[in-house]
Design a protein around this ligand. Structure first.
Ligand code: PEP
Length: 249
């Protein structure tokens, strides 16, 4: 089953979010069958209201999760709290790493929090432009995995989703090329395979970075691409629906 995940980031008021979800629900209700995982990651503040009108055809995800379970962490929202509303959470998005200094140690703790509360982490990795230009990107990707995800035990590792998001492609309007996507997804799969063997195929590897209705199909035809993490193009419900339709082609 292919994944398509809408990461709304810090966009949409409650009213706008509900309008989107109502429109998406109507649209999906009119489809004969839905054989994909469709997830919406709104701002945390909208999760309670959106979870009330949630249809069976899609799920909600958190965009972020606290690195501790409870206590004096002003402004944070714990995995335990979020688990009342979501079964998934994005962890380690490059914007969190960059603007909030989330390092490997914090991200590992966030992964553990998710798994302790039965939340599937959608773990983002990706090199920045300097690493790409310096031809250093494979080392960076391996390091990002080794210092976080690969520290989990096998059972937990198998409960995760990986999202490869080259930082230079995010929000740029230019997705990575198909060759670049293919190289990285094959590389990530090989790292997981070295650890888990055939079972590693159970871990979905998603691509994110300027996906839209024009490149959805071609990206999804690449080996080891099990879905998409979509930012900007997920904000417009009609555009997002168009992308969902393309998963069937
Ligand atoms: C993202 O930030 O996760 C993302 C993929 O953004 P965009 O689609 O806008 O590049």
């Amino acid at each position: 089953m292919t994944y398509i995940i809408a990461n709304w980031k810090m966009n949409k008021t409650a009213r706008e979010a509900v309008k989107f979800i109502d429109a998406l629900t109507d649209y999906l209700n009119n489809k004969k069958s839905i054989s994909h995982h469709i997830l919406i990651a709104p701002s945390t503040i909208h999760l309670p209201i959106l979870s009330k009108s949630l249809s069976k055809s899609f799920n909600l995800a958190a965009q972020n999760i606290a690195f501790k379970d409870a206590g004096a962490y002003t402004g944070e929202v714990s995995a335990k709290m979020l688990s009342e509303y979501v079964q998934y959470s994005i962890v380690g998005h490059s914007e969190r790493r960059c603007y909030f200094n989330e390092d490997h140690q914090i991200l590992y703790q966030k992964l553990v929090m998710c798994l302790q509360h039965n939340i599937t982490p959608i773990f983002c990795i990706g090199e920045n432009k300097n690493d790409r230009d310096a031809n250093n990107y494979l080392t960076i990707i391996r390091q990002q995995l080794n210092e976080t995800l690969m520290l989990l035990d096998d059972d937990d590792l198998l409960k995760t989703i990986v999202a490869y998001e080259p930082v230079w492609a995010i929000g740029s309007g230019n997705a990575a090329s198909l060759d670049q996507i293919s190289e990285l997804h094959t590389y990530i799969r090989s790292i997981l395979f070295q650890r888990l063997g055939e079972k590693s195929n159970d871990i979905p590897i998603l691509y994110g970075g300027s996906c839209n209705s024009s490149n959805t199909q071609s990206i999804l035809t690449q080996n080891n691409v099990d879905g998409l993490l979509v930012g900007g193009a997920s904000l417009d419900v009609v555009h997002f629906q168009k992308m969902i339709d393309m998963l069937d082609v």
